[in-house]
Design a protein around this ligand. Structure first.
Ligand SMILES: NC(=O)C1=CN([C@@H]2O[C@H](COP(=O)(O)OP(=O)(O)OC[C@H]3O[C@@H](n4cnc5c(N)ncnc54)[C@H](O)[C@@H]3O)[C@@H](O)[C@H]2O)[C@@H](O)CC1
Ligand SMILES: Nc1ncnc2c1ncn2[C@@H]1O[C@H](COP(=O)(O)OP(=O)(O)O)[C@@H](O)[C@H]1O
Ligand SMILES: [K+]
Length: 505
């Protein structure tokens, strides 16, 4: 699903006008779209529509006029101090005025919300919100949020910034948002997504070809994307057809990470998986899964030694994809291992401690393609010159910085809404839930991405599919068991159900 910026939507609006599609017509179509949703969701009840002076309010006024044709019980609470700004919104205002549908909000505006309505429709602000919400709007928004009725937002919950999801002062908490033309980044980014429980997109008469010609600011991964990307399995195939993977990691303190990554890789369809671990860990590898092969890396005491990189380097060429970082530890010896992986030019996924090592290998990373880097926000600070707060505040900007600095690398910026970035493309995954908020979930993700590269996807699409399957599985698994209790390796065990659901659904 694509997301467009407010400026891109305004350009489409302008283009429509130049081609004789009037704003009155677009507004009328927007109203019809909301009407259809209300009908489908059984919301044709007593309705109050709250309207501001912009075209978002215009959509609300058009809806009131349309709704009134079939149902008596609709009122418009017109909150703005001035008349509607655009000619189109004034047109629908007049219709509502003629039908006596308007209530004008004065000092006691909130009182009107305490009347008997079943549904409140929020048409205060949409993509035109340009500053923090103040009075009387803030009080109206608070009253809406206190009310027990179903809340349907037109285009965006009022108070949410369309392009980045920030709350401008205060914002409506909608049960449902009906948006037009395309979704907006503000529906999906934090904290905006908390204000839009469900988002439905409606066409309003702008030609599809114009919309498709716009470069989207963001894609939200949907089931169709996963189905399209899932590598095909052929009967005329063998283990070599689906990728030979090498995972490099594990340490005395973090034995499990590389095992969990390897398990995810095998359970998502890779052909063979070898784990290179410190010698002392090697016996535990086949005990975890007998399908694993292993390499014991030379160690000094209980950690890998300087000799490990030299030992492994000539062996790398035997594999198709390398994943590293998972529990590898933070040492010069491990940094040397990451260096030989970068120097090898082989397709790779770098996670966890591998990303820690990358802060000393930024020049090598600059030269690389065929690479996916999967930092969480703290690890992202090792790669770009931004603080954790800056990255959380504006993850799209952080992703832009990464892509400018490392133009051929794929980024997976992990959070509850992971962001996948490569060159100009930005994808977001919205299925995940707190079942994944547990040490080890990132290792599972790393194994998935490596596995999909092994099965023939390029690193960018492997990252999209890996993040998608990871979160989609978390979404399915909590229908069977409580999210608190899900273990990361159980996500791997559950993959069989998510693949079946995608293959047969
Ligand atoms: N192509 C499209 O996407 C279409 C969009 N339409 C609707 O038009 C909306 C955009 O309309 P507008 O651009 O008129 O903008 P909005 O209706 O979103 O509201 C902005 C208006 O409120 C004022 N304003 C902004 N921030 C404010 C604040 N904090 N406090 C008080 N006033 C504030 C602005 O000066 C402007 O007049 C969309 O969200 C959508 O609902 C539809 O009418 C049809 C076509
Ligand atoms: N609350 C959440 N909702 C959705 N996904 C989450 C949540 N918390 C964590 N995740 C996902 O779980 C993974 C955690 O990775 P990471 O922090 O690297 O953990 P670890 O290295 O311990 O495995 C990431 O893919 C992240 O997107
Ligand atoms: K709104």
């Amino acid at each position: 699903m694509i997301c467009l910026l407010a400026a891109q939507l305004h350009q489409l609006d302008q283009r429509s006008m130049m081609h004789g599609i009037s704003t009155i017509e677009l507004m009328g179509n927007a109203a019809k779209g909301i009407y259809e949703v209300m009908r489908d969701k059984h919301l044709m009840k007593r309705v109050m529509i709250i309207c501001g002076a912009g075209n978002n309010g215009g959509d609300g006024l058009a809806l009131a006029a349309l709704y009134h044709e079939s149902f008596e019980q609709v009122r418009v609470l017109y909150v703005a101090k001035q008349a509607p700004i655009s000619e189109a919104a004034r047109y629908y205002y007049k219709l509502c005025e003629n039908q006596n549908l308007l209530i004008h909000g004065g000092a006691d505006v909130v009182r009107h919300l305490q009347q008997d309505y079943d549904v409140i429709i929020d048409g205060l602000f949409g993509i035109g919100l340009s500053r923090d919400v103040d009075e009387p709007y803030a009080s109206v928004i608070e009253a809406v949020n206190r009310s027990p009725q179903t809340i349907l937002a037109i285009d965006l919950p009022s108070g949410i910034n369309s392009d980045d999801g920030k709350v401008k002062g205060s914002a409506v908490k909608a049960d449902l948002t009906v948006t037009f033309v395309a979704s907006k980044p503000g529906h999906w980014l934090y904290p905006g997504y908390l204000y839009s429980k469900e988002v439905l997109v409606k066409e309003i008469g702008i030609p599809r070809s114009w919309i498709e010609a716009v470069c989207p600011a963001l894609h939200v991964i949907d089931e169709a994307d996963l189905k399209k990307l899932l590598p095909i399995r052929h009967s005329h195939s063998h283990k070599g057809s689906y990728g030979k993977l090498l995972g490099i990691g594990g340490s005395q303190e973090m034995t499990g990470a590389i095992l969990m990554a390897g398990e995810a890789a095998i359970r998502s369809g890779c052909g063979m998986c070898t784990l290179a671990v410190p010698e002392h860990m090697q016996p535990s590898v086949p005990l975890y899964l007998p399908e694993f092969m292993s390499i014991g890396l030379p160690q000094e005491g209980m950690t890998i030694s300087k000799a490990a990189a030299q030992y492994l380097q000539p062996r790398l060429a035997a594999y198709d994809v390398i994943f590293c970082g998972c529990g590898g530890g933070r040492s010069d010896s491990y940094t040397d291992l990451v260096r030989i992986v970068l120097d090898s030019k082989m397709a790779c996924v770098i996670d966890g401690d591998g990303i820690y090592a990358l802060q000393y290998l930024r020049e090598e990373l600059l030269m690389r393609d065929q690479i996916v880097v999967t930092p969480h926000v703290k690890e992202m600070t090792y790669l770009i010159d931004q603080s954790i707060d800056e990255i959380i505040e504006d993850p799209l900007h952080a992703a832009d910085c990464f892509c400018e600095r490392y133009p051929n690398a794929v980024l997976v910026l992990k959070s509850e809404r992971p962001l996948i970035a490569y060159k100009q493309e930005r994808y977001l995954c919205a299925w995940g839930n707190h079942a994944l908020a547990k040490g080890g979930s990132g290792d599972v993700l790393c194994g998935l991405i490596a596995s999909f590269i092994g099965q023939g996807l390029d690193p960018f699409h492997a990252a999209i599919l890996g993040c998608g399957i990871h979160a989609y599985t978390a979404h399915l698994i909590i229908q069977d068991c409580n999210a608190r209790s899900v273990l990361p390796h159980e996500i791997s065990a559950y993959l069989k159900y998510s693949f079946t659901s995608l293959e047969t659904g």
